[in-house]
Design a protein around this ligand. Structure first.
Ligand code: PTJ
Length: 259
């Protein structure tokens, strides 16, 4: 990376930006992934680039849901393959979930490149690659995200979809699946339609979810079920919007002159 000193106040964000650009050159990240990342950065600015308390509640409900699922699947796109491959592989292992490559801008090259990234991060099995005639489709979707693995998303009861587009979330819900998303925009269609929405940066969210998985694995099924039962996604989305609004007001008071 060109001369960004580690003590730079935005070091992590600049490093990540560089990695995403490199990921695009290596045909892992889609070109549109850069734009999506920029949009995410703008929302993360409103969070102060830190995990707010409400997000930990969302993450806890998400991990409890993954732990109680029969066939949980983590859906992997180009952006998350670059931002948090180790965390996703660890989360899959700890929650007994499968990893499946599922792309909006699907090409065979990106499919296998993302598979390699996940295998290098320790994944033993990666679904959704070279499906050929085996491929199943999600009804009602016309773009390439409809292509799914018969042993993965197709039969999953819970699907974790970090950085998603709204159409598939809705279609997965219509198939009777529980959808967990990570989206820094609490008002996106994905956020509003998901069963559990984690409004946090996907790097921090997945790091925290790996730690939560270790903790929650020690709980009984009844205790996990009670965490899920008391969770209200609509209420938690409102909490995230309130947090962002108050941060924006606070920042404006700090940084703009009165008058
Ligand atoms: O790899 P592909 O081909 O599957 O394509 C992936 C992208 C991300 C290009 C595709 O899913 C896409 O176009 O997504 P959208 O519709 O731009 O939505 C991305 C959402 O994720 C937006 O609401 C962003 O605010 C949010 N977002 C972006 N970066 C992050 C994020 N949320 C959490 N953490 C981030 N780092």
């Amino acid at each position: 990376m060109s001369e960004i000193p580690p003590d730079h106040p935005r070091y992590l964000s600049l490093k990540e930006r560089h990695e995403i650009i490199e990921g695009m050159h290596q045909k892992i990240v889609a070109e549109a992934g850069l734009i999506a990342h920029g949009r995410g950065e703008a929302f993360d600015y409103l969070l102060g680039e830190k995990t707010p308390e409400y997000a930990l509640i969302q993450e806890e409900a998400a991990v409890a849901t993954l732990l109680l699922a029969k066939h949980p699947v983590l859906s992997i796109n180009g952006n998350v393959a670059i931002i948090c491959p180790n965390e996703l592989v660890a989360l899959a292992e700890k929650t007994n979930a499968k990893l499946e490559v599922n792309l909006f801008h699907r090409t065979k090259e990106r499919e296998t490149n993302i598979e390699t990234v996940l295998k290098n991060a320790g994944a033993k099995e990666v679904l959704g690659v070279n499906l050929g005639k085996k491929a199943k489709t999600i009804p009602e979707i016309t773009h390439k995200r409809r292509i799914v693995d018969p042993d993965g998303i197709f039969i999953a009861d819970v699907v974790f979809v970090p950085l998603e587009d709204g159409d598939r979330t809705m279609a997965l819900k219509k198939m009777g699946k529980t959808v967990i998303c990570v989206d820094l925009n609490p008002l996106s269609r994905t956020s509003v339609w998901s069963d559990i929405t984690i409004v946090n940066h996907v790097r921090r969210a997945t790091q925290e979810m790996v730690e939560l998985a270790d903790k929650l694995k020690k709980h009984t099924k009844e205790k996990l079920a009670s965490i899920i039962k008391s969770y209200d996604n609509n209420y938690m989305l409102k909490e995230s919007v309130k947090f962002m609004s108050s941060r924006l007001l606070e920042l404006s008071k700090q940084q703009l002159k009165e008058g």
